[in-house]
Design a protein around this ligand. Structure first.
Ligand SMILES: Cc1cc2nc3c(=O)[nH]c(=O)nc-3n(C[C@H](O)[C@H](O)[C@H](O)COP(=O)(O)O)c2cc1C
Length: 350
């Protein structure tokens, strides 16, 4: 209520990226101080019965993950467990640091409960992020996934260079033993090269190279959601062949502006993918079809448009093992994750 009635009306008066930067600036302060952490936990930490879930050998205190794109540089790891997240996907990170696309690159669409995202993978680069994460004191109830994307510049734009770019980040993270799981983001709609590796033959090339490194941690693929089922399934058929790839995140941003409830909100000049509500139904349908077709072959991290407990239940009923979100938290506040956890605890097992 405090967020909805007081904080959000103030925050939503400011540019979304400035608000995001403020949170990423304040988060580490809150996370560092024992007292402030406990204060945050008092309001926002789930304290009910054990709802932990173990997936691919990793135990999540709650089955909710902060999706890739909020904690690009791994700075919020100490505070996220206090607002009931069971894990985070840091990134997407890239081999070289990226400044991102031209600003403004985030636009709220409040009536449509969405954000136009055109960040362009703005992050510090894998080596800098490894240094930061090495200083993090591990806790055994919070899972750190790392989302790897291709550097958003011309140098990495050819296929071969692109493969080597992913490979570099993956190799470095493995060498340094940083991160509990890895997600290959093949579907970033707002980078220089778009979704090159959403082509089955090229995806196969990328996964063959990645598989040349022995990695005992789970690897997932972040899927595009603007593909018809046969095309989506063609990607799954490729992924299925690689035993080391444990699952899929379904899915990324929505590129189809026709899915907006209120197109009138879209500014005249815009570019990028849509988060939030326009992702909800499309991702649910793809999750369902993946589950029906592949049974338990893939771990499914369901993502897109979770704003309420009802939405969360739909994601699990569709076949998700874990649920990831960002936009719901931005619109409904950090209390959302505790609310989801409480509801999950009282509903039947998923
Ligand atoms: C500000 C913002 C930045 C994002 N950046 C990334 C990214 O770097 N990598 C990625 O895989 N997904 C990124 N996403 C997509 C989200 O991870 C998620 O797939 C999508 O927003 C749907 O979930 P939501 O409706 O809960 O936000 C971003 C989303 C937002 C809102």
């Amino acid at each position: 209520m405090f967020y909805q009635k007081v904080l959000k009306p103030i925050l939503f008066k400011f540019d979304p990226e400035k608000v995001h930067n403020l949170i990423v600036f304040l988060g580490p302060f809150l996370g560092k101080s024992f007292v402030l952490r406990k204060l945050v936990a008092l309001f926002y930490k789930y304290k009910g019965r054990d709802i932990s879930k173990t997936i691919d050998g990793l135990t999540y205190r709650t089955p909710f993950i902060l999706s890739a794109g909020f904690d690009y540089n791994g700075k919020l790891l100490n505070i996220l467990p206090e607002i009931s997240f069971g894990g985070v996907e840091v990134g997407s990170i890239t081999a070289r640091a990226c400044l991102g696309n031209k600003k403004p690159r985030l636009t709220r669409l409040p009536k449509s409960q969405s954000i136009i995202v055109n960040k362009g993978l703005c992050n510090d680069g894998v080596d800098e992020i490894i240094k930061r994460l090495k200083n993090y004191k591990r806790r055994n109830d919070f899972v750190i996934g790392i989302s790897i994307a291709r550097t958003n510049d011309e140098k990495a734009s050819a296929v071969e260079e692109g493969v080597l770019d992913y490979f570099y980040s993956f190799k470095r993270l493995n060498e340094e033993d940083v991160g509990d799981y890895y997600t290959l983001n093949i579907s970033c709609p707002n980078s220089f090269t778009g979704g090159t590796f959403t082509n089955p033959a090229l995806l196969s090339l990328l996964l063959s190279k990645i598989s040349s490194i022995k990695c005992h941690k789970p690897i997932y693929i972040k899927m595009p959601i603007n593909l018809e089922w046969p095309e989506f399934d063609n990607l799954l058929k490729i992924i299925e062949k690689f035993e080391n790839i444990k699952g899929v995140v379904i899915g990324n941003l929505n590129k189809d502006y026709n899915s907006l409830d209120f197109k009138i909100e879209v500014p005249k000049k815009f570019g990028g993918g849509l988060s939030g509500k326009p992702c909800f139904e499309i991702s649910n349908e793809l999750i369902k079809k993946t589950k029906v077709t592949y049974g338990n072959r893939f771990t499914i991290i369901g993502c897109g448009g979770v704003f309420s407990s009802k939405d969360m239940i739909s994601k699990f009923e569709a076949g998700s093992d874990l649920v990831a979100l960002i936009t719901g938290m931005i619109y409904n506040g950090p209390g959302l994750i505790k609310e989801l956890s409480n509801h999950y605890a009282t509903s039947h097992e998923y």
